[in-house]
Structure formats: structure tokens, C-alpha cells
Ligand binder design. Structure first.
Ligand code: ADP
Ligand code: MG
Length: 827
């Protein structure tokens, strides 16, 4: 039962913006005790004083010092959520938004209707919400609806050091919004919180803040961490190395949790599996049986009977700024690796024989990565079962977003998986790269939270010396067309003048504007001769009505264009479905993960065969096959809806259940948006839609071509004259190298002359994903902006067309970047 909240006046000063209230919070004694141990508590006065006196405050503090969980509570208690406005906190990661809102609700003894979260499709925000955790993308969308963010009295931008794109943009926007609000007598505060001290990009940026905001540093009670470098640096098998190191630590060193940093979900699972095998957890020896043990017990039993258990949360997709991709195929790891061979732990100061731990102590192994289901992820915060040692195998989500209690040993592989885009061609790939020195030190710091700790770096000190000092901002690494469209919709015409904490390169901004112009989202600049790069960059192309409609859709501009065109011939429900499915990272289960046993691998092989068969079925024949992989998506979603969207159906047919649910939600959301953007659209959410007719499939292919026009590829002609590497290859306007249709694609055997693709991902070769066949005669009609037209010599004379009242003539067209001759058209 909640106590009625009494409002006590503490002091009132002249300044109106100062809250003069104190809202009591009824915390449990054990929570209060734990809070008092957090370094930030000692700084409450300083922080609140600074917030009162300044529009913007920057707060730096070591991970785990209590910024995310405590600062919203300080603000709440000081009345910032009790005079109309609420407290908004943005996080770059969904995991953090959910788990932090739950933690704060628990600490404050309030319901999740009061301390809530909102991520792209999910949330528990109510009318009573006072503190709202959300992803940075969610707040950006809200700015579009209400530029002044009137429902917030404070915006906290958390994890600013991560330099995620949306966080960067938000800082730029909110730095403008706060003064506007204050001028209008609707005071608003901005708090930027960062785990590192490197905040000059924010504070010293004259365009962001005319007077640098105060920086408050929270001194964390950090215990010393001894760093141990490897003598040599394993180039390939660092997961194996990590595994050995964990085994040694567990066998030789005194109690204390182990935290391991790897790069991706697949690696995390493979190391967890090996650890569980090396140190089987025998719950019957313990009275305390944890939930996790139950799972592993049942799964062992299930394996015997060859029952297919639902897999735990490997099936998800990312709408986050990606911190880990599962794109790279994981090389098979041999399970049988005599890890007992080398037990020396060198000159470790703690390896006092007296203190050696009992090797029979159970190891409680938990995975942690951003797409892990929240209930699984919450386990890392709970104490391990009595007598067991905690070992968390994580991606860099554990670097700063989440603080795991009781960690004494850190094992750091020194790498991180990042998505890279080629700035010119847009080809993306996930690459494992070295982390920065700042990241390495962050990771090491995780070991010294509760007592002195140790960090084992699986690389040499020389390699460390070569690491860059800091990680670069994400905005410098990715295309920005979606951001530019959003900004233009906010009437920020001169995007080059926007106060980005780190501005993207002029080249990136120009190619974004050009894409948007060719999609019809921005007005074309007046062509006054040739402009040089500087001049073009200074141009500000205003948004078109089509661009405004496109900006309303929460998808990238190419897909938004398809939605904007989808109204003909009843195609809208199909386009909505195709776009939703393309936005969800991967809707098909992958069966190439290293399998544990022979039995398991044969089961996997069976599932894989079934999945291939289903895809072929969904692709259909004739016209529908030409829609290619997009037809497969449509077929899969359609079939699934007819089968009631059950988990069983998904698992039986190689679909990721979570992805299917996400598509369902996105379809609903896009349908609503379509209906609100064009009032007469009248599209219904009909989950069970009939397959498209042949005529509709033709329209769908044309709409897809219009959206993906710059992703056109043509099968190479006379390939026998070329280098054999071009066999079955396609040429694209921007790449010199051949690209290929992926073997898993519906069009892999068909090899149509012209195709458009969703994206090119580089793995062993450059592969096009999401391929759809198009007719050459559509290109000049639908993509005139990419074509050159000329009147051929022997063409009939121009004629008058009575229907349109225009003079028409036959024109020869070529695709201008590559000079592909296209069929003549009447224009
Ligand atoms: P910061 O934002 O400065 O990195 P946090 O506010 O996230 O710090 O964490 C403060 C403390 O709260 C840490 O000791 C962390 O372990 C603890 N904590 C955070 N979330 C939970 C949770 N869900 N359950 C238990 N403890 C938690
Ligand atoms: Mg935090």
C-alpha cells in the first residue's frame, strides 16, 4: 500500500526555477543502506545545487558510482517531477532502459507505473509516470511531435561517453531546447552523464553551449586493480584463450566473481557452454537450487529424449545502435580441448597456496548481452547460489551500461564487434576490432568495485600501446540519411550548421542529402553550373511534403519512400509487411552455430533442411518468385499469421519467434502511421492477409524499385570475357568488385538481369541481401533522376498526345553512373 505523499517545504529562494519542495520516498532499510555506500550519495548536495543554478550540468563518474539509479531519485525528491513535468532519462541501450527503470522503481518502492520505461515497441508508461527511462531514439521521435518537450522538467542524457548517434543528436537538440524553454518561462534542465572524464566534445563546443556547463566529477571509491598483460597476443582463438584463463582463475584463485568480455552473442554462448562442460554444476550437492540450475537440469534431461526445447533468447533483433552483431559466422570451436594441461598461473600475487580455492567449488556461469531476455539478464544482479563462484560471460554491454556486483576478476579479450559502413558504397560489415585504451581501462575498472581486483588482458602491453586513446563517435562511422531527414523535418535546414558534438564529415552529409533528393524527400537545389563540394555543403535543401510524410515513419528513408508509394492497388498491407520484415534484422533462425553433440548437430541439420524447404515454398513460382526474398518475407509472415503466430509454428519452420512478434507490432504501428499521415488511406491491420495477386506483385516490385533505386545491380554481361571471379556476379554503380546473390536467396538460381537489394554485407564475398528482380523498362520511368535521356537518331518525330496534352517523343535512356543502356521510353 502506497503512503500518500506529503510535500514538505524546505526552503524557498527568489529564483522561481528552484523547486522548493521535498518529496519523501519510502525506501526499504536494506536499499537505503546499499544506496549510502554509493559514491554519488556524497555528492547529492553538489549535484542538486549545480542543477538548480544551471541550465545544463555535466556529471562524470566511474561506472557503478550510482549515476543512473540515483540521480533521477535526487531530482524526484527535489520536486522536479511534482510540478507538472516529469523526469526523462535516455539510454543508448534497450537493456539499460528496462533494467534501470525496474531497479529505480524497486529502490524507491514505487510501482513501474510511476517509474517506467519506453523502448521502440514496448513500455509501461502510464498517466502517473514521474520518471521515464527510454532509449535515445524514442526521445528523438518525441521531439518531432513536441519540439519543446513540454512534458519534461528535466532531461537526463545518460551514457553520453558511448557517443551513440542519437545521443549525440539529442545533446545538440536539447542544448537548443533548454534555453528556448527557459525564455518562455517553462524551465527545463539538462543533465549529461558520462562514465569518462573526456567530455570536452560537449563542454568546449561553442556551438553547443556558449558558456561551458559545469562539470561535476564523482570520486568513486575504486579499489586498486592489478593489470596483467599476456606475453603474446592471440590473433585468432581469443575465445579459447579466455576460456583457459577462466579455468585457471577458478581453479587457482580465491573467491570472487569473474567477468569476461567477448565480442558477440555467439562467442558468449560458446564459452558458456564450454565452461559448463568443464565445471558441471551439480545442484544436488547444494541445498540452494537456483532457477538457472533448473533450466540446465531440464535441458539435460530433454537432450536425452531428443526433445526440442525452446531456445532462450537467441532470437531477437536489434534496433539499437548495434553493439554486437551476430552476423559473422562463428567458426566451429572444438569442444574437446584439454584445458587442464597448463595450470600455472605465473607470478600472480594472490596465488598463495594456502588460499587456493577448492576446484570442486561450482562455477555459476551466466551469459550477458544486449539482446538477452530481461529475466535472464536480471540474474547477474542476484547473488550466485551459496558456495558457487559467479562467472559472467558478456559483451561490452557490461563495460559501462550495467554494473555487476561482486566482480573481482576481469578477463578482457581486448576486442569489440562493430558495424562498419563504407562511406561511399554503403556496404556494411561487422568487424571485430581492437577496443580503445579508454574502453580497456573501463573494463579493468569493473574488477575493483568491492575490493582490490585483477584484470587479465588477453593481449600484450605493446598491443595495448597501439590502441587508440578513445573510441570514436558512432556518427563518424555510419550513413546519416535517416538523421538528416529527421532534422529537416524539425526544420533544421542547414544541417551542416547543427551543433553536433562531433560533426559527421561533409562527404557523409552530402551523400545523405543526395539520397534524400533522389528519393524526392528534399527539394532539388537550383542547378547553377557545377558546384564544388564546399558550395554544395552550404546548400540547404528544404524538405518536401513527401519528405514530411516519410519522416513520420520510424524507418529509414528508403523504406519510408515505399510506404509513401504503397497506396495503389491495395498494396499497402503488403508494403507495410515487407518494410516491417526488412527492418527486423534477421527473421530466420541460423543453424550454423557450433553444435554441442552429434545428436544436436543432426537435429540442427534437419531443421536447416526444413527451413530451406519452407523458404522455397514461400518464394512461390512465376511472378511472385520475382519479388524474390521480399516474397519470402511476405510468405513467412503471412503463413505465420495464418497459423496463429505461435511459437511452435515459428520454431518448426526456422523463424525467430521474437522477430515475428516484433514484425507484428511494427505492422500495427506503421498501419496507424499510414492512416494518420494520409487520412483517406483507410488501411486496416489485417493480420491474415491473402497472398498478393500477380498484378499486385508487379506493383510491389515497382514500389520496391522506387525505394531502393540506388541499390540497383545488373548481372555482368559476357562474363566469359572477364576474370572468373565475376562468374554469376553482378555489377553495381559504385563498386568495382562483383557482388553476388546469396546462396540462401530465393533468386540464387534465377539470376535475373536487373535486381535491387536491401543491403550488401561483406562476409566471404560481397553478398546482396533482400534481393528483388526488376524489369529494365521500369528503370527510366521510376528512376528518371538516375538516368540520362537522349533522342535516338532513327526515332519517330515527336508527336502530340491528346490524353495528356503533351508533346511526346521516344527517348533512349542510360543509367548514368555506369552507362547501362535501358529500353527506349516515351516521355
Ligand atoms: P552508474 O550509472 O554510475 O554506472 P548505477 O546507478 O548503474 O551506476 O549502479 C549503481 C549500483 O546499483 C551498482 O552497484 C549496481 O550494481 C547496482 N544495481 C544496478 N542495477 C541493479 C539491479 N537491477 N539489481 C541490483 N543492483 C543493481
Ligand atoms: Mg549508468
Amino acid at each position: 500500500e502506497k503512503k500518500p505523499q506529503e510535500i514538505k517545504e524546505i526552503h524557498r529562494k527568489a529564483d522561481e526555477s528552484k523547486p522548493a519542495v521535498f518529496i519523501p520516498v519510502d525506501r526499504l532499510p536494506e536499499i537505503q543502506e546499499a544506496r549510502l555506500r554509493l559514491p554519488i550519495l556524497a555528492e547529492e548536495q553538489v549535484v542538486m545545487e549545480a542543477v538548480r543554478e544551471n541550465e545544463c550540468v555535466v556529471l562524470c563518474g566511474e561506472t557503478g558510482s550510482g549515476k543512473t539509479t540515483q540521480v533521477p531519485q535526487f531530482l524526484y525528491e527535489a520536486g522536479y517531477a511534482s510540478s507538472g513535468g516529469i523526469i526523462g532519462v535516455t539510454e543508448p541501450r534497450r537493456v539499460a532502459a528496462i533494467s534501470m527503470s525496474q531497479r529505480v522503481a524497486q529502490e524507491m518502492n514505487l510501482s513501474t507505473g510511476v517509474v517506467s520505461y519506453q523502448i521502440r515497441f514496448e513500455g509501461n508508461v502510464t498517466e502517473d509516470t514521474k520518471i521515464k527511462f527510454m532509449t535515445d531514439g524514442v526521445l528523438l521521435k518525441e521531439i518531432q511531435k513536441d519540439f519543446l518537450l513540454q512534458k519534461y522538467s528535466v532531461i537526463i542524457i545518460d551514457e553520453a561517453h558511448e557517443r551513440s548517434v542519437y545521443t549525440d543528436i539529442l545533446i545538440g537538440l536539447v542544448s537548443r531546447i533548454a534555453p528556448l524553454r527557459n525564455r518562455r518561462g517553462l524551465p527545463m534542465k539538462l543533465l549529461i552523464m558520462s562514465a569518462t572524464l573526456r567530455v570536452e566534445d560537449f563542454t568546449e563546443n561553442q556551438r553547443l553551449f556558449r558558456t561551458p556547463p559545469p562539470v561535476i566529477k564523482v570520486e568513486a571509491r575504486q579499489f586498486p586493480v592489478t593489470v596483467h598483460f599476456n606475453k603474446r597476443t592471440p590473433m585468432e582463438d581469443y575465445t579459447g584463450e579466455a576460456f583457459h584463463k577462466i579455468c585457471k582463475i577458478h581453479r587457482m584463485l580465491p573467491s570472487g566473481g569473474i567477468l569476461v568480455f567477448l565480442t558477440g552473442q555467439a562467442e558468449v554462448h560458446s564459452v558458456c557452454r564450454r565452461l559448463r562442460k568443464a565445471f558441471p554444476y551439480r545442484p544436488n550437492r547444494e541445498r540452494t537450487v537456483s532457477a538457472n540450475t533448473e533450466v540446465s537440469k531440464t535441458s539435460r534431461r530433454a537432450k536425452k529424449k531428443n526433445v526440442c526445447l525452446p531456445k532462450i533468447s537467441l532470437d531477437n533483433y536489434s534496433a539499437l545502435p548495434v553493439d554486437e552483431g551476430d552476423e559473422d559466422r562463428q567458426a566451429g570451436i572444438d569442444e574437446d580441448d584439454g584445458e587442464g594441461s597448463d595450470l600455472e598461473l605465473g607470478d600472480h600475487p594472490d596465488s598463495d597456496p594456502e588460499e587456493k580455492s577448492d576446484p570442486s567449488i561450482p562455477l555459476y556461469v551466466l551469459p550477458l548481452y544486449s539482446l538477452l531476455a530481461p529475466e535472464q539478464q536480471a540474474k547477474v544482479f542476484r547473488p550466485p547460489p551459496a558456495g558457487a563462484r559467479l562467472c559472467v560471460v558478456a559483451t561490452n554491454v557490461a563495460e559501462t551500461s550495467l554494473t555487476i556486483p561482486g566482480i573481482k576478476y576481469v578477463v578482457d579479450c581486448g576486442r569489440v564487434k562493430k558495424r562498419f559502413y563504407d562511406r561511399v558504397t554503403g556496404v556494411s560489415s561487422f568487424k571485430v576490432t581492437w577496443i580503445s585504451q579508454a574502453s580497456a581501462n573501463q573494463r579493468a575498472g569493473r574488477a575493483g568495485r568491492t575490493e582490490a581486483g585483477h584484470c587479465y588482458r588477453l593481449y600484450s602491453s605493446a598491443v595495448f600501446g597501439d590502441f587508440s586513446l578513445f573510441s570514436e563517435a558512432e556518427i563518424t562511422r555510419r550513413p546519416v540519411d535517416d538523421l538528416v531527414l529527421q532534422m529537416k523535418d524539425l526544420n533544421i535546414e542547414k544541417v551542416v550548421n547543427f551543433p553536433f558534438p562531433t560533426p559527421p564529415s561533409g562527404e557523409t552529409l552530402i551523400s545523405a542529402e543526395q539520397l534524400l533528393i533522389s528519393l524526392g524527400a528534399l527539394e532539388e537545389p537550383p542547378r547553377r553550373g557545377r558546384l564544388n563540394e564546399m558550395e554544395r555543403a552550404r546548400l540547404s535543401c528544404p524538405i518536401t511534403p513527401l519528405g514530411r510524410a516519410m519522416a513520420a515513419f520510424p524507418v529509414s528513408p528508403r523504406y519510408a519512400k515505399m510506404l509513401a508509394l504503397g497506396r495503389q492497388q491495395g498494396c499497402m498491407p503488403y508494403i507495410i509487411t515487407i518494410v516491417s520484415a526488412m527492418t527486423v534484422r534477421e527473421i530466420f533462425e541460423e543453424y550454423d552455430r557450433p553444435a554441442g553433440s552429434e545428436e544436436e548437430s543432426s537435429r540442427m541439420a534437419g531443421k536447416k533442411a526444413r527451413s530451406v524447404q519452407m523458404r522455397r515454398l514461400w518464394a512461390g513460382q512465376g511472378q511472385s518468385l520475382l519479388l524474390g526474398d521480399l516474397m519470402v518475407l511476405l510468405g513467412a509472415v503471412g503463413a505465420c499469421e495464418f497459423a496463429g503466430c505461435s511459437q511452435q509454428f515459428c520454431e518448426g519452420n526456422g523463424l525467430r519467434y521474437k522477430a515475428i512478434l516484433e514484425i507484428r507490432r511494427l505492422r500495427g504501428q506503421l498501419t496507424n502511421t499510414v492512416n494518420s499521415v494520409c487520412a483517406d488511406a483507410g488501411v486496416f491491420v489485417d493480420h491474415k492477409m491473402a497472398p498478393p495477386t500477380d498484378a499486385q506483385v508487379v506493383y510491389l516490385r515497382q514500389i520496391v524499385l522506387a525505394g531502393l533505386g540506388d541499390h540497383l545491380a545488373r548481372r555482368v554481361q559476357n562474363e566469359e570475357l572477364l576474370d572468373p571471379k565475376w562468374r554469376n556476379g553482378y555489377k553495381t554503380p559504385l563498386l568495382d568488385e562483383p557482388v553476388f546473390i546469396h546462396p540462401s536467396s530465393a533468386l540464387h538460381k534465377t539470376l535475373p538481369e536487373f535486381v535491387v537489394y536491401q543491403e550488401i554485407v561483406e562476409t566471404t564475398k560481397m553478398y546482396m541481401r533482400g534481393v528483388c528482380a526488376v524489369q529494365p523498362e521500369w528503370i527510366p520511368k521510376l528512376l528518371p533522376q538516375y538516368c540520362h535521356f537522349s533522342v535516338p537518331e532513327q526515332s519517330p518525330a515527336p508527336w502530340y498526345c491528346p490524353q495528356t496534352g503533351r508533346i511526346k517523343c521516344q527517348q533512349q535512356s542510360t543509367f548514368f553512373r555506369v552507362g547501362w543502356k535501358l529500353p527506349a521510353v516515351e516521355l
